[in-house]
Design a protein around this ligand. Structure first.
Ligand SMILES: *Cc1c(COP(=O)(O)O)cnc(C)c1O
Length: 382
């Protein structure tokens, strides 16, 4: 019963070809062989999770050259736990008081132009997001004046695969301004795992915390980790589900549980990532992208372009754009027709963009050809 997607079909759910990339709504990613083997080895015994988290965190910290690390149920949980740590620190009565933040600094400052999809994770522990600056940008003075006694931390998302925004304060400036007022800086670097020197870079630059999403590097999709100073990581551990169960201190981290197998899986994924032949990895992604493009080159009315970005978590990919006058359907209609195709192929037009952006992150062998041929078939007969 190894037919493609059988396990889903047997439930009456329809499996799809994921040409979108690592998106959580399609299940995001698939653990690699080395990770699955390590997770399987974890089954053979139980282990106190306080000890396992410490040992695993130390291994990650050593591998990445940062002071400390903590494995969490995704980068999203690392963000939430970090806000809890910045608001309540390590005082047990405050840990148990959250998400009621009375008597604590409870504001997380973020530049208006940096608002993003996952910033909601900064509020789940009870914090309030406070915007600094406006649509046009943020000045040095804006941030200096925004920081008050109620400030718990300053948040800073990074996406180095995108062009630099000249209108926002740089991370260097934010760290400088915030630290002068004794306030911590937390960086969402979930996808910043390549080039390898970016991996852990923001803590080395002086940020107090950064997160990484292990979903992007062959670990279980539900896992991630925090990197930071020893003080911040210790506080995160106390707010976590492990602290809740092992210390009998009822913090907000309890629903964000992670298995011992997943903790082991994250360590295996980071070890693999640090010693992986990334040239081979990138060459494979480029080859898959070109296989999608092959049947689509020189089709009148179709613009096909290789996305050759290799920074971050999703290297390469293909941009596709249709001339509706010539072909008769729009980009949006092609996305829908691909979804309704058999097999169903999921692609998307990213928010604020007009081309279809295909990523090969979630494609199995043989699927790039199916994606390219299916697009050609639909265009030939729209
Ligand atoms: C995926 C992602 C997250 C959330 O990470 P999870 O591990 O899914 O919780 C947060 N921030 C960014 C930039 C991401 O790409």
């Amino acid at each position: 019963m190894s037919e493609w997607g059988y396990i889903y079909k047997s439930l009456g759910a329809t499996p799809v070809i994921n040409a979108t990339g690592s998106v959580t709504f399609l299940g995001g990613s698939t653990p690699v062989k080395e990770v699955k083997e390590a997770m399987e080895a974890a089954d053979s015994a139980y282990v106190p999770l306080v000890d396992l988290e410490k040992a695993a965190g130390k291994r990650l910290a050593d591998l990445l050259g940062v002071p400390a690390a903590y494995i969490t149920s995704g980068a999203g949980s690392a963000l939430t736990l970090a806000t809890a740590a910045f608001m309540a620190g390590i005082e047990d009565n405050k840990i148990q008081q959250l998400p009621d933040t009375s008597g604590m600094p409870n504001e997380i400052i973020i530049q208006k132009r940096q608002r993003y999809w996952y910033d909601r994770c900064l509020e789940f522990a009870g914090a309030k997001l406070v915007e600094v600056g406006n649509e046009k940008g943020t000045t040095h003075r804006d941030l200096v004046e925004a920081i008050t006694e109620s400030t718990a931390a300053i948040a800073y998302p990074v996406a180095e695969q995108n062009p630099v925004d000249p209108n926002i304060l740089s991370l260097e400036d934010v760290i400088d301004i915030s630290h002068k007022q004794n306030k911590p800086v937390m960086v969402d670097a979930a996808g910043q795992i390549y080039p390898l020197e970016n991996f852990g870079k923001y803590v080395k630059m002086g940020a107090d915390f950064q997160c990484i999403a292990a979903k992007y590097m062959g670990a279980p999709h539900s896992s991630g980790f925090a990197l930071g100073t020893e003080e911040v990581i210790e506080a995160i551990s106390r707010h976590s589900f492990v602290g809740y169960e092992a210390r009998r201190i009822r913090g907000i981290g309890r629903p964000q549980k992670i298995d011992r197998q997943e903790i082991i899986g994250v360590v295996a994924a980071v070890e693999r990532w640090m010693s992986l032949n990334h040239e081979d990895r990138l060459a494979h992604a480029e080859k898959q992208s070109k296989l999608i493009m092959k049947p689509l080159l020189n089709v009148a009315g179709l613009e096909v372009e290789l996305n050759n970005n290799i920074i971050g978590h999703q290297p390469f990919g293909v941009f596709i754009s249709i001339d509706k006058e010539k072909i008769g359907i729009s980009n949006e209609e092609l996305v829908i027709k691909l979804k309704n195709h058999s097999p169903s192929i999921w692609t998307r037009i990213p928010e604020d963009e007009d081309k279809i952006s295909i990523h090969v992150f979630g494609l199995n062998d043989g699927e790039p050809e199916i994606v390219g041929e299916s697009i050609k078939k639909i265009i030939n007969n729209p």
